[in-house]
Design a protein around this ligand. Sequence first.
Ligand SMILES: *[C@@H]1O[C@H](CO)[C@@H](O)[C@H](O)[C@H]1NC(C)=O
Ligand SMILES: *[C@@H]1O[C@H](CO)[C@@H](O)[C@H](O)[C@H]1NC(C)=O
Ligand SMILES: *[C@@H]1O[C@H](CO)[C@@H](O)[C@H](O)[C@H]1NC(C)=O
Ligand SMILES: *[C@@H]1O[C@H](CO)[C@@H](O)[C@H](O)[C@H]1NC(C)=O
Length: 301
Amino acid sequence: MRTSSVVLNTAAIALAIMSETSAQSSVARILIYSATRDFRHDSIPTAVDALVAHGPAANITFDHTEDQTWFTDDRLQQYDALLFLSNTGEVLDEAGKAAFQKYLDLGGNFVGIHSASDCLRNTTFFQKELGAAFDYHPELQNATVDVVGPSHPSTSMLPKAWSVRDEMYNFKSDPRSVGAVVVLSADESSYIDPGPRNFEQGTPHPTAWYQEHGAGVDNGGTAGRSFYTSLGHLNETWQDELFMAHVLGGIQWTLQSNTTRAFNPDGTVGNSTAAGSSGSASSTGSASAVVPRSVAITSCQ
Ligand SMILES: *[C@@H]1O[C@H](CO)[C@@H](O)[C@H](O)[C@H]1NC(C)=O
Ligand SMILES: *[C@@H]1O[C@H](CO)[C@@H](O)[C@H](O)[C@H]1NC(C)=O
Ligand SMILES: *[C@@H]1O[C@H](CO)[C@@H](O)[C@H](O)[C@H]1NC(C)=O
Ligand SMILES: *[C@@H]1O[C@H](CO)[C@@H](O)[C@H](O)[C@H]1NC(C)=O
């Protein structure tokens, strides 16, 4: 609740923006959701462990669930971002989708990884939030992905031509058509794709991208940020520090949305250490099918 409105001059606004983007006011809280209904990647536990292990250094508490009943208004609001990890199929019921949409309308932020683009295929807001739906991939093989587009925290540490062993996803549409900015692009000459080639996804071939504004409703508020990378198939990938830097860079950029409590005094979603709310997400997870994992923030430094 706002108690007063303050008129700021331009210099003060610039200062406020600088301090918002350079200082984290509370530990960010992210919910990893890795439910699957179709194909299940055996790298999911490795991926969750890797994210959780990097939490303290990144100043992030990760909770993890595969329980769709966690998607309620009250619970989602506590997260600075939701991270969909290698999901497949219809991973939310109608109530869960409604809560997810409401979260996005509040300014909620989103990160999608690998086959997160292969779930909730008929859910329009989800498709827009992620940017494009998975179409098909050629066989797992070595390939080169190129850093393209403007400099971004998810790619700034990568070689311009990055050698990876992963699935080179093709998409059913061009994420640029919903406003995404592509930052990584598969070099199609570096691997074999017997087709059918998809010409709807645009060029350069989209592999990772971000959206300043996702699918949330802008009415009276600000839609949050969205980041997606199609990489992340193998266990080995999640044990590669360069890949982790790519993912964590995307997560950090997403968290620096002006909607998160972790970075903004007036944030609309996320962890609020001052809130003194009864019951955190992890303490209410006992009914969950998956044991929530969270990192004790006190172990940080
Ligand atoms: C990947 O790691 C998980 C354990 O985290 C293991 O169960 C699985 O067999 C591994 N996959 C491969 C292909 O080694
Ligand atoms: C999604 O839509 C397609 C085509 O309309 C339909 O065949 C499919 O059953 C739908 N899937 C779900 C999970 O609703
Ligand atoms: C594929 O890349 C991996 C490292 O990601 C490397 O160990 C392997 O030798 C490469 N294979 C080929 C055929 O180049
Ligand atoms: C958030 O940032 C966007 C620009 O990216 C701006 O249009 C919007 O007004 C900002 N919202 C708030 C609440 O500061």
